[in-house]
Design a protein around this ligand. Structure first.
Ligand code: PMV
Length: 347
């Protein structure tokens, strides 16, 4: 073991899926029942910042999230730490620095600059950031998205910037269920993301539990995985490569709607959208109908917060529209604010 402290700090942004991941075929390895595709936001917007430190003086592994110490025994966390150490052991023959810290305990300190567990993909940014910083600390290069995936499925997509797909993979050990960049953020510089925080509270049903119940009870989710997503994924990839906002927007909205339909088809049903979410959905359709084309596309994850994809020129109008229909004074206790995010250009 080395003396003193070795330390690495990384940031990782959230990603917002346009083809949703919902359902695992292997709980332990976090292997999905369908492929998914997302856009990674920019580093300076919604992101996690993690510092990992290793020292021979540390007595045990410890973790802090937003300033509060957490149990280090959380299975997902153990999985990521264990996999990184396993890789480091394997790599130390090629690069002896990879073995330097194997005898040391690590301290992890992570912060989100946005509400945690509110359906804003906080775990995606958090685990991507954790795995990225551990990989750097242990001198592991190359893709480690298969490790981030085992922290939180969608986290594997936050390992890359721009437009990213998560492939299902075929191997039993999940080594090929990884994230791949479809196109860098610079490919479509006019694309913008608007996040409308409808409710910053914790979500009612966590994604792990939610998708388990859906896979167990919903016939629709099987139909979706087998007959809908595969061709949608192809069409979406094509739309991105052609910068075709009409197709991009239509698939994004349809896929969000189908994901929430599988939640309703779950027994007992899961409701992530609230009345404000539904008003936003109606508003977007009215706005698009008024213009005779898709100018804005909504998508919702495991919570009521809306994410709108749109093109740069339409940002002022859509923001004005949202502010008109959802003025800050009408929010009572649930805060609503709008954050404008850009796909990241630097990763
Ligand atoms: O990665 P998890 O377990 O937090 O699941 C994320 C699921 C959705 O956000 C609803 C969809 C997605 O693909 O990000």
């Amino acid at each position: 073991p080395v003396t003193g402290i070795s330390q690495v700090t990384c940031t990782a942004p959230v990603n917002i899926a346009v083809i949703k991941y919902w359902g695992k075929r292997d709980e332990q390895l976090v292997l999905p029942i369908n492929p998914s595709l997302s856009v990674t936001l920019s580093q300076d917007q919604l992101c996690a910042r993690t510092t990992v430190a290793a020292s021979a003086d540390f007595k045990r592994d410890r973790v802090w999230l937003n300033g509060q110490e957490q149990s280090v025994d959380a299975p997902r966390l153990q999985k990521c730490l264990g996999e990184i150490r396993r890789l480091a052991r394997k790599r130390k023959h090629k690069d002896e620095r990879a073995g330097d810290l194997l005898g040391s305990c690590v301290h992890v300190c992570s912060e989100n600059n946005f509400p945690t567990a509110a359906g804003l993909a906080s775990s995606a940014a958090g685990y991507a950031c954790l795995v990225q910083s551990l990989a750097k600390l242990f001198h592991i290069d190359g893709d480690v998205s298969h490790i981030a995936r085992q922290g939180s499925g969608s986290a594997c997509r936050s390992m890359y910037g721009g437009f990213v797909e998560w492939t299902m993979g075929r191997l039993e050990d999940g080594a090929d269920s990884v994230a791949k960049q479809v196109a860098p953020a610079e490919h479509w510089p006019e694309l913008r993301v608007l996040v409308a925080v409808v409710n910053a509270g914790k979500k009612a049903v966590g994604s792990t539990e939610g998708m388990q119940t859906t896979v167990k009870t919903s016939a629709l989710v099987k139909y979706r995985a087998e007959h809908v997503v595969p061709s949608r994924q192809e069409d979406m990839r094509q739309a991105i490569l052609e910068r075709d906002f009409q197709t991009f927007g239509e698939i994004t909205m349809k896929d969000s709607n189908q994901f929430h339909a599988t939640c309703l088809d779950t027994y007992p049903p899961i409701f992530y959208l609230n009345e404000t979410s539904k008003h936003i959905i109606h508003l977007v359709h009215r706005y698009n109908r008024h213009h005779g084309k898709i100018k804005a596309a909504y998508t919702f994850d495991a919570g009521p917060n809306a994410v709108l994809y749109l093109l740069q020129d339409d940002v002022p109008e859509v923001l004005a529209l949202l502010r008109h229909f959802f003025p800050p004074s009408s929010t009572n206790n649930s805060e609503r604010e709008f954050v404008q995010g850009l796909p990241d250009a630097n990763r």
